[in-house]
Design a protein around this ligand. Structure first.
Ligand SMILES: Nc1ncnc2c1ncn2[C@@H]1O[C@H](COP(=O)(O)OP(=O)(O)OP(=O)(O)O)[C@@H](O)[C@H]1O
Ligand SMILES: [Mg+2]
Length: 268
């Protein structure tokens, strides 16, 4: 059972009602290095949000705070109706199983097939030896994993070892593994990094397309301005530990984003 929500300002503010994610007054310091200085934002269901900012501005820290892979110093986070900061360790593990995560480094098992790696995505829902060895997986699980691979265009690579696939294909396997989790929201930290421009765009198109098809909320970080503009509905800009840009993507363009990244011109 989910823990009851604490009565916090973040959760009772009518402006935040209906949001799938609501963050307020979030602080994070690593020792003397204060990275987040009271950030706040909301994300509505089904919306694709891009989190942008210069290197070291705290984007990954903010994303990790949402599911406490990094423990916030203080603040409020309501995600999928849960007061994240009040969750006990066991509740937190169960809670995280509903969150699909995609990282720049995908942590696939290189020696195993694409299919077996995708089957591993089921682990957060059900555990047992059958999730580790695809030969032991049930037909239902295998079929679902195959369907996930098909959704990222890799059904024909199912039995190929992951280390024989290209970087872009490996990232697509990681996305299929994440889909196997049947997530309720997707958090993606630079899924398009370390890939050539074409593969990076393909990965972003697949990720954003799947989120849209399934009505899933997507929060992603990308350094590629064209991806931010093409694949988000809303943009959040982080600078100096604060959210200094928070508006629909339709209200901005490449010039404004360039000004955001250019300290001399200031944030638009
Ligand atoms: N585990 C940690 N321990 C100490 N400091 C950390 C830790 N993680 C991040 N930091 C610091 O927090 C700041 C923000 O880092 P973060 O990785 O969140 O930035 P970012 O915006 O994701 O940058 P990039 O665009 O390069 O990925 C940096 O000064 C970084 O050194
Ligand atoms: Mg980062």
């Amino acid at each position: 059972m989910n823990a009851p929500l604490r009565d916090t300002p973040a959760l009772t503010d009518p402006a935040r009602a209906g949001s799938v994610l609501s963050v307020s007054d979030l602080h994070k310091a690593f020792g003397v290095n204060t990275v987040l200085r009271g950030i706040g934002f909301t994300v509505q269901p089904g919306v694709a949000t891009a989190l942008i900012g210069a290197n070291g501005s705290g984007k990954s820290t903010a994303l990790k705070c949402l599911i406490r892979l990094v423990e916030p110093t203080s603040g409020h986070i309501a995600l999928l109706g849960q007061d994240v900061l009040s969750l006990a360790p066991r509740e937190l593990r169960r809670f995280r199983s509903q969150i699909g995560m995609v990282w720049q480094k995908h942590n696939l098992v290189p020696r195993l097939s694409a299919l077996t790696n995708v089957i591993h995505g089921e682990q957060s829902r059900a555990s047992g030896p059958w999730t580790w060895f695809q030969s032991l997986a049930t037909a239902t699980t295998r079929n679902e994993a195959m369907a996930c691979l098909a959704r990222v265009g890799l059904a024909d690579k199912a039995l190929q070892r992951v280390d024989s696939l290209s970087g872009g294909q490996q990232q697509r396997v990681a996305i299929a593994r994440m889909l196997m989790q049947r997530p309720r929201i997707i958090l993606a930290d630079e899924p398009d990094a370390s890939l050539d421009p074409q593969s990076g765009e393909e990965v972003m198109r697949i990720l954003a397309g799947l989120a849209r098809q399934d009505g899933l909320t997507l929060v992603f970080i990308s350094h590629r301005m064209e991806h931010t503009l093409a694949f988000s509905d809303h943009i959040l800009g982080l600078s100096g530990g604060r959210i200094v840009l928070d508006h629909p993507t339709a209200h901005t363009d490449a010039d404004r984003l360039r000004r955001f990244f250019d300290p001399a011109a200031g944030a638009s």
